[in-house]
Design a protein around this ligand. Structure first.
Ligand SMILES: NC(=O)c1ccc[n+]([C@@H]2O[C@H](COP(=O)([O-])OP(=O)(O)OC[C@H]3O[C@@H](n4cnc5c(N)ncnc54)[C@H](O)[C@@H]3O)[C@@H](O)[C@H]2O)c1
Ligand SMILES: [Zn+2]
Length: 374
């Protein structure tokens, strides 16, 4: 078993990575001294696979499952209200526990519910997608979506423990696997060249879902995220913002494609990281060789690399290109990470050497987007 400790003083917790940990969850929860009542929030796709196994391991508790539909639309005020009202009707106390069993959608929604019920009840993460195992289950960001945008209502609320079963990935649809994989590669690009090289060398094993390779990828990703979160839990010093490598571009592409299945978040992040790298080269920070390595790896793995995924019509006129670039730029300016109306970008000096740039000129971004829309 791999164990990573995330040190946040009184909010510290462990991340445990082990095959079949879901069916042994009860054993790992014992030391947390949780109250008798446990609610498990999961979705329709995950519940047939893992809910019974998890419930069987929780014999010592009074367990109630809450099974939701699946999909991003779950992260809503309506569901927040429904879940909170149901749990309140069951007379919880401060020792009551809410377990998230599922991907990042379930994790974000469950964490937010746990943070507001009685001003905070116990929260446990059991992530079942690669994205949630390498990213969203660690770090304590919780959120729901509103008409104004994604993740604009939420809280920082750390789980008591994160239990990661790499075997869950065997049943994950390939497209979802790749979306999570993009977020894993991100750690290599941010500050771990060695990890990026490992990923390039092990493409075949990753594609074959070799469990030891997956465990190593999850462990390294969680260690990277834990270190960044420890340094800057609430995104105050800028260190945590490094995790947004590729995301300023990605959010704008996602908004343009209506947060739909046309372009999933991880795919947008893959394209966004390529764009961040290209933009870094354009601004003279980074060498072209690094871009070639990333493009080759993404292509070998089946990740998208260019804006053709935005489904814009072919043969755009110059005016149309300028218009589209302007729209993408305006999406970026609405990003909540921007400070004083300047675009905050994570740029790269090289693979494994990213940095925060607060004063990127809008004109430079516009010109760059126009070049890439041709
Ligand atoms: N809190 C954070 O720090 C953070 C970070 C990144 C992303 N997020 C959020 O995460 C969400 C995306 O998470 P996601 O990519 O995990 O999507 P998801 O939760 O929608 O899961 C993707 C799909 O896979 C299914 N699924 C889950 N586990 C499965 C398994 N083991 N086998 C088969 N199918 C399975 C789900 O039912 C769903 O249909 C977004 O809402 C995003 O905003 C949060
Ligand atoms: Zn992301």
């Amino acid at each position: 078993m791999h164990k990573i400790n995330l040190d946040l003083k009184e909010n510290s917790y462990s991340i445990l990575i082990e095959e079949n940990i879901i069916e042994n969850a009860g054993k790992h929860l014992k030391s947390l001294k949780l109250g008798k009542k446990i609610f498990i929030l999961t979705d329709k796709n995950v519940s047939p696979l893992y809910l019974n196994k998890l419930m069987d391991s929780l014999d010592d508790y009074e367990v109630k499952p809450i099974i939701m539909e699946a999909g991003e639309h779950l992260k809503s005020f309506v569901n927040l209200t429904k879940i909170c009202n149901f749990i309140l009707s069951e007379k919880p106390d401060r020792n009551t526990t809410l377990i998230a069993l599922g991907g990042g959608v379930i994790g974000d929604l469950t964490g937010f519910c746990a943070s507001v019920i009685l001003r905070g009840i116990n929260f446990v993460q059991i992530p079942t997608t690669l994205l949630s195992q390498v990213d969203s289950s660690v770090g304590g960001k919780t959120a729901i979506n509103t008409n104004a945008g994604k993740n604009l209502i939420g809280s920082f609320y750390q789980p008591k423990i994160v239990l990661i079963d790499p075997n869950a990935l065997q049943k994950l649809p390939e497209r979802e696997f790749l979306c999570g994989y993009a977020e894993a590669v991100k750690y290599g690009l941010i500050n771990n060249r060695e990890f990026f090289d490992y990923l390039c060398k092990n493409e075949k094993k990753i594609k074959n879902k070799d469990v030891e390779t997956l465990k190593y990828i999850i462990k390294t990703s969680c260690e990277s995220k834990a270190a960044i979160v420890e340094a800057d839990e609430k995104e105050k010093s800028g260190t945590r913002a490094l995790l947004n490598l590729g995301h300023t571009f990605a959010h704008s592409f996602e908004k343009e494609t209506g947060y739909s299945d046309v372009l999933k978040h991880g795919e947008a992040v893959a394209i966004g990281m390529v764009m961040a790298l290209k933009f870094s080269i354009e601004l003279g920070h980074c060498d072209k060789k690094d871009l070639e390595l990333v493009l080759e790896h993404f292509k070998n793995m089946g990740l998208p690399t260019d804006l053709s995924h935005l489904n814009l019509p072919a043969n755009l006129t110059k005016t149309e290109i300028e218009g589209n670039a302007q729209v993408l730029l305006s999406h970026m300016c609405g990003d909540k990470k921007n400070e004083n109306d300047q675009i905050v970008f994570i740029l790269m000096n090289a693979i494994g050497e990213s940095f925060l740039s607060r004063n990127t000129k809008k004109d430079d971004v516009l010109k760059f987007l126009e070049q890439n829309l041709v």
